[in-house]
Design a protein around this ligand. Structure first.
Ligand code: MG
Ligand code: MG
Length: 268
């Protein structure tokens, strides 16, 4: 059942969603070759706890950490380890916070040091596809309009693989609410979008084939062909007019541009 939020609830949610972006921005200055993903998680978790919030993912169905950390050919649901970041890695951080009764959930993929032009294109296209999807998040449209727009842009236009098994979702008092928001689908199909719906839209895009496998750690999802995968996620509220993006990449992008150890420019 879809949980529609009142305007007052949306403002409470906005606070949680913005806090996720701030948690990202807090760790960005530390991202560079030589640090462990364990440290990345520690910084994120401490930031969340320092802001009187709870990491949404920790212990969620037994997930072992505050942050989903998925490197290179990991699509999603990786977790911190003693792995040491090296130049050329891409690292997707998916962070969730629970505060004042509502979750925020946002993902961003970072490039450590220099990365190849092909990987830059994957990040650029995946990030752009998120906004292509958001543009369809309008009252009167259907979920399939968002899904189809992301698929057309990533798969048809750019030749990348769209992960089928993992999808976006409704967001609110629960981390995963109805409806599901696939990154593939048909225009005009699926639940009708209505004012007060909040959707976590999150394209997970593979450079190669769309197929995935699960590591025997029970969590980490990898691309079947071992090629890289990227992931960006915003929380979007359906309104009577323009889509209202509750999460923000503003602080993240500002921090990214200040960190000379990252490749941040995805311009054509
Ligand atoms: Mg997420
Ligand atoms: Mg999500």
């Amino acid at each position: 059942m879809i949980q529609y939020k009142s305007p007052a609830e949306i403002e409470v949610m906005r606070h949680s969603c913005l806090l996720v972006g701030e948690a990202h921005a807090a760790v960005v200055p530390f991202l560079k070759a030589g640090i462990t993903t364990m440290l990345v998680n520690k910084i994120v978790e401490e930031f969340i706890l320092d802001h009187q919030a709870i990491p949404s993912f920790k212990n969620y169905h037994g997930f072992p950490a505050a942050t989903c950390i998925s490197m290179n050919d990991a699509v999603v649901h990786g977790f911190p380890s003693d792995y040491i970041l090296k130049d050329g890695d891409i690292i997707s951080l998916d962070i969730g916070v629970y505060k004042n009764g509502f979750h925020g959930d946002s993902a961003y993929t970072y490039a450590i040091g220099e990365i190849g032009a092909d990987v830059q294109k994957l990040l650029r296209v995946t990030k752009a596809s998120l906004y292509v999807g958001i543009d369809k998040a309008r009252q009167g449209n259907r979920i399939g309009d968002i899904s189809n727009a992301i698929q057309e842009y990533t798969e048809k236009k750019n030749g990348f693989g769209v992960v089928r098994e993992m999808v976006g979702h409704g967001l609110g008092r629960d981390l995963h609410e109805d409806p599901q928001v696939p990154n593939y689908g048909k225009k005009g199909y699926g639940a009708k979008l209505k004012e007060g719906m909040v959707l976590a839209i999150e394209p997970m895009i593979n450079m190669g084939v769309r197929d995935i496998i699960q590591l025997n750690d029970g969590w980490t999802i990898l691309t079947k062909d071992s090629k890289p995968s990227a992931h960006f996620e915003h929380d979007v509220c359906i309104t009577k007019s323009e889509p209202d993006v509750l999460s923000s990449f503003e602080a993240i992008e500002a921090a990214e541009q200040k960190n000379e150890n990252l490749t941040w420019s995805y311009a054509e």
